[in-house]
Design a protein. Structure first.
Length: 581
């Protein structure tokens, strides 16, 4: 036990802590506020407190729990809503009302509820860490696998079927040290990544249903991406869309320091949204961590680690997990505040010198891996972090440090957002370093024309950017027929393909098959237009063809009526044939 000698906002310094360890969780004062040791110097410990420290002063007691900041992992995680240190918000509300009371404690999981455990292993089986003992159906969609704990290997002496709480043993294993009773509950320190057998190279995309992403800037399953952009450019909506529609088994959404109304939108929308994969509410495969901007700043740092640890837990079951962090800039601001209060030497713009290292530690926990256990199961964590640079300045430290780590950059443009073009991902600034690696997957699943069409569409958009300079100087009338067609095709790609309405029932999600047909229509029109130009057809007559409107509205064709694309294509050929005569 130590005693406080200094209080500076969320940072307190306590004496008499010589036996403590770095990152131990402590309880502060009579209210037993939760804190974590972040620096040790002899008997003195610097502690970041995850709650408001008003009323705490020198002389108050500090109790060291002797354990690192950890999360509880067991059935009951899915559909839960936590704060940054895994306190369930519904229980906190019951205990203290709409505002979180200080010092309130609540178990992250229900230790009284009984879960129906179905064993898959049997008596006499020899198992090691990561092998599956059995499973619990959390809901109709998520099969929650109960794995052998880390560091435990042996022969199953007894295994039970029936209903158990997460604390009751479901199996007894005979190990070298004797018999070990195994329950469903696991605890994991959040600052340390969970082990795996082998990290693999990403080879397949995570399909998002967002056309600008899947076509031009795909993210690999197990990859890392950043979504930087100024205020109002649609970072949160992009994150929401990815959380709703990404091709992942489990979604972990971390609202880190964002505005409360944005998290409210998530909490209101997700239970009502229908998951296209299962027909069930989307919340049935989601874990939410809400640490809004009015919550204590120190807890922002913990929220990112809490989220990635939960994601790794489901990855170890062989699931594909996507974690959305909105936003890492707020997390970095928490690092900066604590670093300043620790009187550390500041780096660029006051951020700590270890900012890049901390960001790398987070993103490197993503990846596709062979999980522990005797089988060949593979799981993945795909990490997507929003970045909120002040004034949209991508040269600031958090953006630059993030760009050095991630392999996909979805740069949001304020000018596109002001034009009401969403998603406002700038196709001239963004990039994906996974494109070449994923080309084989697209070839085998969508046909060889996919990569060719993608390259043609990007070339046309780049040509448009160059022609825009001429148009600004001398006007559209100065362009020749080919350039007029290029400008018109680029406009169609932008407005009819890349523009996507997140709130439209049909347009909010587009399968890769439909994306292929949509882009195919636009590029087929471009090909026929250039053929017509060679036969002396006027560019204005080509651009005025009635089929253009049908191509523009093709985005609203439901997935079950894909034959309409063939009808539009045939109509387009007839109109061009009539134009050429």
């Amino acid at each position: 036990m130590g005693r406080i000698v200094k209080v500076s906002g969320p940072l307190i310094v306590a004496d008499g802590m010589g036996e403590s360890k770095m990152f131990d969780v402590v309880r502060v004062g009579k209210q037993r506020l939760i804190g974590e040791i972040i620096e040790l110097r002899g008997e003195m410990a610097s502690i970041e407190v995850y709650e408001e420290t008003a009323g705490i002063g020198p002389g108050d007691e500090v109790f060291d729990t002797g354990e690192p900041l950890s999360v509880e992992l067991a059935p009951g995680l899915i559909e839960s809503i936590y704060d940054g240190i895994q306190r369930p918000l519904d229980k906190l509300r019951e205990a203290g009302g709409d505002r979180i009371a200080r010092g309130v404690e609540a178990s992250p999981l229900d230790h009284q509820k009984k879960w129906a455990f179905t064993p898959t292993a049997k008596k006499g089986d020899k198992l090691s860490a990561g092998d599956c003992l059995g499973f619990v159906m959390e809901n109709e969609f998520v099969k929650h696998k109960i794995l052998m704990p880390l560091g435990v290997a042996g022969t199953i002496k007894e295994i039970y079927a029936g209903e158990f709480t997460i604390d009751e043993p479901v199996a007894t294993v005979t190990a070298e040290t004797g018999d070990i009773k195994i329950a469903m509950l696991r605890k994991a320190a959040v600052r340390k990544g969970r082990p795996y057998r082998e990290k693999l190279s990403p080879s397949s995309p995570m399909i998002t249903g967002q056309r600008v992403i899947d076509t031009f800037f795909p993210i690999a399953r197990g990859g890392v991406a950043a979504v930087p952009g100024p205020f109002g450019s649609g970072k949160t909506v992009v994150q929401h869309q990815l959380a709703k529609w990404a091709d992942a088994d489990i979604i972990v959404y971390v609202g880190c320091g964002e505005r409360g109304n944005e998290m409210t939108d998530v909490l209101n929308e997700f239970p009502e949204l229908t998951d296209p994969k299962t027909g069930e509410p989307l919340m049935k495969r989601t874990v939410l961590i809400a640490n809004t901007s009015d919550m204590p700043v120190a807890a922002r740092e913990a929220s990112i680690y809490t989220g990635i640890t939960i994601a790794e837990y489901f990855r170890d079951m062989g699931y594909n997990v996507a974690i959305m962090a909105d936003s890492t800039s707020r997390w970095a601001e928490a690092l900066r505040e604590m670093s300043g209060r620790l009187e550390e030497m500041p780096g660029e713009e006051g951020y700590p010198a270890y900012l890049s290292a901390r960001l790398a530690e987070f993103y490197e926990r993503a990846g596709i891996v062979k999980v522990l256990g005797s089988g060949d199961a593979v799981g993945s964590v795909t990490a997507i972090g929003a970045v909120s640079p002040p004034g949209g300045d991508l040269s600031e430290p958090v953006s630059q440090a993030t760009l050095r780590i991630v392999k996909v950059f979805w740069g949001l443009s304020a000018s596109l957002a002001y034009k009401r073009h969403f998603p406002a991902i700038d196709w001239l600034q963004s990039y994906s370093l996974y494109t070449d690696r994923l080309s084989d997957w697209f070839d085998s699943n969508l046909g060889e024309e996919w990569n060719r069409m993608r390259a043609d569409a990007m070339r046309i958009l780049q040509e448009e950017a160059e022609l825009n300079e001429i148009v600004r100087l001398v006007g559209m009338d100065a362009l020749g027929g080919k350039d007029r067609v290029t400008m018109d095709t680029a406009k169609s790609i932008r407005e009819d393909y890349l523009h996507q309405n997140a709130f439209h029932e049909t347009d909010t999600y587009t399968s890769t098959e439909k994306q292929l047909k949509m882009l195919g229509l636009i590029l087929e029109f471009d090909r026929l237009a250039r053929n017509a130009l060679q036969k002396n057809v006027d560019a204005e007559d080509i651009i005025a063809l009635p089929v253009k409107e049908r191509i523009g509205r093709a985005k609203y064709i439901p997935e079950e009526r894909m034959e309409e694309f063939r009808i539009i294509s045939e109509e387009m050929e007839r109109q061009f044939a009539g134009l050429i005569g």
